[in-house]
Design a protein around this ligand. Structure first.
Ligand SMILES: NC(=O)c1ccc[n+]([C@@H]2O[C@H](COP(=O)([O-])OP(=O)(O)OC[C@H]3O[C@@H](n4cnc5c(N)ncnc54)[C@H](OP(=O)(O)O)[C@@H]3O)[C@@H](O)[C@H]2O)c1
Length: 349
């Protein structure tokens, strides 16, 4: 097959950055296309997902997952096509989803820490990584299982115009929240939230005072704060929690996800949890892996009914992977950050 004359382009981890990703963090390599052994199959990457957690996976510290090793291809969720197969469950031509990394080709056995899932026919590969992918699932489980929104409640979401935040706010709205407030960077993102994404109000944290706007928009306090950013936004929401309020600790991107775990601001007001009989709880979407099919079916239904709007920001070309990851940390992405690497080589079955 023609791919045997191809090369496997890869970005491997060269050095662990002390802060933001640097020019020498990753190294470009061109390797032979790997051969396929018994019980294995070869995947050719078509689409890559870009996730803030990828920066955290570069830190050699205790976390929910082992760090990417030096010299290893950068870890990334992806959709690819099975090109060769010696595995009874994976057929050539099938589209599959897994943690295939920043490279063109990967050999898999299908199971292990990151099982390979088949993309159901009719689901576009990009959608399988966006609203029906890990960010949609994170919003679904974080909001429903930890936030538990109730009719009439006030819900605040940060990084609200992003992939996870936009879905989280809309899920709260579907569940009857009366006042869903999004915090996002810039006029365009805020306008999209209230015009298309069913949010009741938006705060542009780049120009507005978050504290002042929260006092205006949530005068009776915040029932649920879905936290994607940490830092001073978390501080202001903690200060304004309602009785029995909940903080869903989804992410803390304002920390930059460097090797120290800090969020940039001491939470000297954590006593708000005590006086409001409130709860602050973290979660990792992987905790809910057994329930992904249920969530995907429900999210797809809500999208079809027009109850969840979502956006994708599509970069092209594997060579641009490091700079594409950086976009998440400067708010350059508009919706789910993806990369198209290639078109399918074989007819999709
Ligand atoms: N717990 C889990 O299992 C889980 C799973 C997936 C994702 N997450 C977390 O969910 C959050 C959102 O991830 P995503 O993949 O959906 O990304 P995203 O929200 O689509 O993109 C990241 C956004 O973060 C915002 N941002 C960047 N730096 C910031 C800063 N210093 N202060 C405030 N906002 C900043 C930017 O939006 P603006 O332009 O609005 O600033 C940027 O567009 C992240 O914290 C991520 O780690 C958690």
């Amino acid at each position: 097959m023609a791919i045997r004359n191809d090369v496997n382009r890869q970005w491997v981890l060269k050095s662990r950055p002390p802060g933001p990703i640097q020019a020498d963090t990753f190294e470009w390599r061109e390797m032979p296309v790997p051969s396929v052994g018994a019980g294995e199959f070869l995947v050719r990457n078509l689409w890559l997902s870009f996730d803030p957690a990828q920066r955290a996976w570069l830190n050699d510290i205790k976390s929910y997952i082992a760090p990417v090793a030096i010299g290893e291809p950068m870890r990334a969720a992806a959709v690819g096509q099975v090109i060769e197969s010696n595995h009874p469950d994976y057929r050539t031509g099938q589209l599959v989803q897994g943690v295939f990394g920043w490279q063109d080709y990967v050999v898999s056995k299908g199971g292990g820490a990151f099982p390979v899932a088949k993309i159901p026919p009719g689901v576009p590969p990009n959608m399988a990584l966006s609203i029906l992918g890990l960010t949609g699932l994170t919003a679904y489980f974080g909001m429903l299982e930890i936030g538990e929104p109730k009719p009439g409640q006030t819900v605040v979401v940060s990084s609200a115009a992003g992939a996870t935040g936009s879905a989280a706010g809309q899920i709260a709205k579907i569940k009857g929240a009366a006042n869903v407030i999004g915090i996002a960077g810039g006029k365009e993102k805020c306008a999209w939230l209230t015009r298309e994404a069913h949010f009741d109000a938006a705060i542009d944290y780049k120009t507005d005072s978050i504290a002042k706007r929260l006092d205006e928009l949530a005068p009776k306090g915040i029932d649920i704060y879905f936290d994607n950013v940490g830092g001073d936004t978390l501080y202001h929401c903690l200060d304004r929690l309602a009785f029995h309020g909940r903080i869903v600790v989804c992410g803390s991107i304002s920390s930059g996800y460097g090797p120290t775990m800090g969020t940039g601001i001491p939470l000297t007001n954590y006593r708000s949890l005590l006086v409001n009989s409130a709860r602050m709880e973290g979660f990792i979407v992987f905790n809910y892996a057994a329930r992904y099919p249920e969530a995907v079916a429900q999210l797809a239904q809500w999208v079809k009914e027009g109850r969840i709007a979502y956006r994708e920001d599509i970069a092209e070309g594997l060579e641009h992977a490091p700079e594409t990851l950086k976009r998440l940390f400067i708010g350059a992405n508009v919706g789910k950050q993806l990369m198209k690497v290639a078109d399918p080589l074989l007819p999709v079955i």
